[in-house]
Design a protein. Structure first.
Ligand SMILES: O=P(O)(O)OC[C@H]1O[C@@H](O)[C@H](O)[C@@H]1O
Length: 295
């Protein structure tokens, strides 16, 4: 059923008219809603066809501006008859701001989680969030781990593979992953950060000899990349034959040359934060996160 909106000029693909899947940012062939900004900067969403009673939103967070777009899309869907909305959240915003480190800071993850909870989604599926705090804060949440993503990469690699847990915070997840990968060995490492400025003060690897090993550093996110640069240097000093970095979320800010110079041979990530543009495709292999989200 059409909503009777006159403004849409494009040809409507019938299969998309029936589609109950809404992508934000919109896919190039998305034609069941449109999104634009008014002059003062407000976002505006307009559905072009009536939604099904049960729909799914795939929300790729692209800054706080996109959060408002999600709320508007959700509102438009409900007003037009969607009764149940499932949310696929490849990246949980604020997931790393899951504690107050310094006096006067906001507890960001709680703020983002409250906004999402207010929308009363039927389910919220989050891909590899930073810590258990995300799952504790979100209602009707389903956490999707990185196991099938890492397994797909490991299957392409040869040599003596070992997992490297980059810090104490990653241990629980990496040991769970090792079990899923049929007992792949784990090398533990740790880093000390200055909580005031975020700088890494020291990195330790708890292993003497890595000769001949292909080290898979696995973590949730690569931001500036300093964690992995310091770690790769240490792994190479201990004889690692090859160092591969596997992160679920890639902010596209790290310097490729610095990563390579530190000894990282290859980077694998997902497009949870968009497809990286500041890194070469010979070095970085970006997988579509949706294929690992059980949808
Ligand atoms: O070193 P960069 O890339 O800036 O930050 C990424 C690290 O910071 C942590 O919160 C992440 O889990 C990861 O270990």
């Amino acid at each position: 059923m059409s909503l009777g909106i006159q403004t849409y000029q494009g040809a409507v693909n019938p299969s998309h008219q029936q589609a109950n899947f809404y992508r934000l940012p919109a896919a190039s062939d998305e034609n069941h809603y449109r999104l634009f900004q008014f002059g003062a900067g407000e976002n505006h969403v307009q559905l072009l066809v009536s939604p099904a009673k049960r729909v799914t939103i795939y929300f790729g967070y692209r800054g706080d501006h996109s959060m408002i777009q999600l709320l508007l899309l959700t509102d438009a869907l409900r007003r037009s008859g969607a009764e149940q909305i499932d949310l696929l959240l490849p990246y949980m915003p604020g997931a790393r701001q899951d504690r107050v480190c310094n006096v006067g800071e906001a507890l960001s993850v709680k703020v983002y989680a409250s906004l999402i909870n207010q929308q009363q989604y039927a389910s919220v599926s989050v891909f590899d969030p930073h810590s258990d705090v995300t799952a504790a804060l979100l209602d009707r949440v389903q956490v999707i781990d990185n196991h099938s993503f890492v397994a797909a990469i490991a299957a392409q690699l040869t040599g003596e593979l070992v997992l490297v847990s980059p810090d104490a915070g990653a241990n629980k997840k990496v040991f769970g992953l090792a079990k899923a990968l049929k007992g792949m060995p784990v090398i533990r490492a740790d880093k000390h950060r200055d909580v005031v400025n975020g700088h890494i003060i020291a990195t330790e690897v708890f292993c003497d000899d890595l000769s001949g090993k292909t080290c898979l550093i696995v973590d949730d996110i690569c931001a500036g990349g300093r964690t992995f640069i310091e770690l790769a240097i240490k792994l190479k000093q201990k004889g690692a034959q090859s160092v591969i970095l596997i992160v679920s979320h890639y902010e596209d800010k790290a310097n490729e040359l610095a990563l390579r110079d530190a000894g990282i041979d290859r980077l694998f990530c997902t497009d949870s934060l968009g497809t990286p543009t500041h890194i070469s495709s010979e070095f970085c292999d970006c997988h579509a996160v949706l294929s690992y989200m059980n949808y």
